[in-house]
Ligand binder design. Structure first.
Ligand code: ADP
Ligand code: F6P
Length: 478
């Protein structure tokens, strides 16, 4: 643990790994970069199911200054908590996809009980002056459950994904319960100002709360800090990855494969929020409208499978494979296949090399909390010959990466035009745009994100108008 700091206890559904393994998910990447620096305890789900579920024995692995402690879930817990409430109700809803959200009492009940179980297990490991930092939509109730278990220290919460407007969030039958439970946290962090405002508006309109100066919100007697803390990557570390021998091999492999053609890359978990179908259509439109690109560009979409047990994800995979087949069937020649889709994982070093070989990176989610791929692509570029980032206006990263080519991902024409502009952009303009983005990525790192959130959390008492944990428990008896 870093000297002079209280112990950091981070909680998230997925835990680790801390090493350079292929792993897909911004939370794991951002948090492991932060924890490696500061040390502490990282608590969450083991990734396994067992008959004892959340009553199973905790397993701990130590890596440097970090202890990774996990427990199992039962099949029933996994299905109701993770596949059910987290990914069938909350994920689509918070990504503005009310059309895909499903609500049922059973998964609501299991979600609450898993939050309670994780809190009960964690509370046995806590010391009074620990700083507890809960992550993401899997654990909205955990702070209030920790309070019920008697923990009186500081608890922060960070939402890695968007927070939708109140008009959408109120469709969730438990929306009031969730936001009231969130008031147990001392500091609530969001990726963007839009997410923060949506949350504050919910508190005001639905719970009769009041916005206070300094991004604080009062609801009844409770005052909490709700502010914006954009997550970043370990930019210097990532830039070093990009010139490592492993990255170099992958860069060469890609360059060898595409020859004189220009490489376009996309890297996303296979998720409907990532706008992959719309992106493929944009690429098809490029080949239609700008035929000089036929035979001269190559699009590689890396899309590791995610949540494949859910129908919406199975359907997405089917649709993407069909669309890729259609585009290749329509434009391929004997020596050229325009679009390649790959579901395998890569190490971070390998991925950095693949990014470096690509002239254009397409990051076009329909809605995304931040999107670390955009930042990784920037960090991996060769300063003498940087590529161009095409970025959705609906990605959190848009507020920092202002020199990307910003597109509306729903507009096929917009994506095609941006691709054409990126593919023909002169070196001087590429450099100018990349330098601004590099500065932003090196400024807003994972370390900066972690430090600014934890500073705020340590000082939360002074800011939150003296509203103590005790008062929360009194006002919200279980
Ligand atoms: P999300 O959290 O929604 O998945 P992000 O873009 O914020 O989206 O984070 C995705 C992370 O997963 C990035 O760090 C990216 O490098 C990593 N990743 C994506 N695809 C792969 C892959 N095939 N192999 C290894 N890592 C991947
Ligand atoms: O970063 C957003 C996020 O939802 C994380 O919470 C999650 O760990 C990651 O994407 C990958 O999703 P999953 O854990 O469901 O595979």
């Amino acid at each position: 643990m870093a000297e002079g700091h209280r112990r950091l206890v981070a909680v998230s559904n997925r835990v680790g790994p801390l090493n350079d393994e292929g792993k897909a998910g911004g939370l794991a990447v951002g948090l492991s970069d932060a924890l490696k620096r500061r040390g502490g305890l990282w608590f969450g789900w083991s990734g396994n199911t067992s008959s004892k579920g959340t009553f199973s024995e905790a397993a701990t692995e130590i890596e440097g200054d970090v202890a990774l402690t996990t427990i199992d879930m039962s099949e029933e817990e996994l299905s109701g908590f993770y596949y059910g409430y987290a990914n069938r109700s909350l994920w689509p809803l918070l990504h503005y996809r009310l059309d895909l959200a499903e609500f049922d009492r059973q998964s609501d009940r299991i979600y609450r009980s898993v939050n309670q179980r994780f809190a009960a297990r964690l509370s046995q490991m806590l010391e009074d002056d620990d700083l507890v930092w809960i992550h993401d939509y899997h654990f909205f109730y955990m702070g209030s459950e920790l309070r019920q278990c008697g923990f009186r220290g500081k608890i922060g919460f960070f939402l890695h994904i968007p927070f939708c407007p109140p008009e959408i969030f109120t469709a969730l039958p438990a929306s009031h319960d969730i936001v009231r439970a969130m008031l147990a946290y001392d500091v609530i962090g969001f990726q963007t100002d839009t997410d923060r405002r949506n949350f504050a508006n919910f508190c005001v309109r639905e719970l009769g709360g009041e916005k206070l100066p300094g991004h604080r919100i009062r609801v009844g007697d409770r005052v909490v800090v709700a502010d914006t803390f954009p997550i970043g990557i370990d930019a210097p570390g990532y830039a070093r990855f990009a010139v490592s021998p492993e990255a170099g091999e992958h860069e060469e492999m890609v360059r060898g494969m595409v020859g004189d053609r220009l490489q376009i890359i996309g890297v996303d978990r296979m998720d409907y929020s990532k706008g992959l179908v719309e992106r493929f259509r944009g690429f098809e439109r490029l080949l239609e409208e700008y035929p000089e690109n036929r035979g001269n560009v190559q699009f590689l979409q890396v899309a590791p499978l995610s949540r494949s047990e859910l129908d919406a994800y199975v359907e997405l995979r089917r649709e993407l494979e069909e669309l890729a087949g259609h585009i290749n069937g329509r434009f391929a020649t004997l020596e050229w296949t325009p679009l390649q889709i790959m579901t395998r994982g890569f190490t971070r070093r390998a991925l950095a090399g693949i990014y470096r070989a690509a002239r254009v990176c397409l990051v076009t989610p329909l809605r995304d909390g931040m999107n670390l791929v955009a930042k990784e692509y920037v960090a991996a570029q060769d300063p003498d010959d940087p590529g161009v980032l095409i970025l959705s206006r609906f990605a959190g990263a848009r507020s920092e990466l202002t020199e990307a080519l910003v597109v509306n991902p729903y507009s096929t024409d917009d994506v095609a035009r941006a691709l054409q502009r990126a593919l023909t952009m002169p070196l001087e303009e590429r450099k100018r745009r990349w330098e601004q983005m590099r500065e932003a990525v090196f400024h807003g790192t994972a370390a900066h994100w972690c430090d600014s959130f934890l500073d705020r959390l340590e000082n939360a008492d002074n800011e939150a108008d003296g509203s103590a944990a005790e008062a929360f428990v009194e006002a919200h008896p279980s």
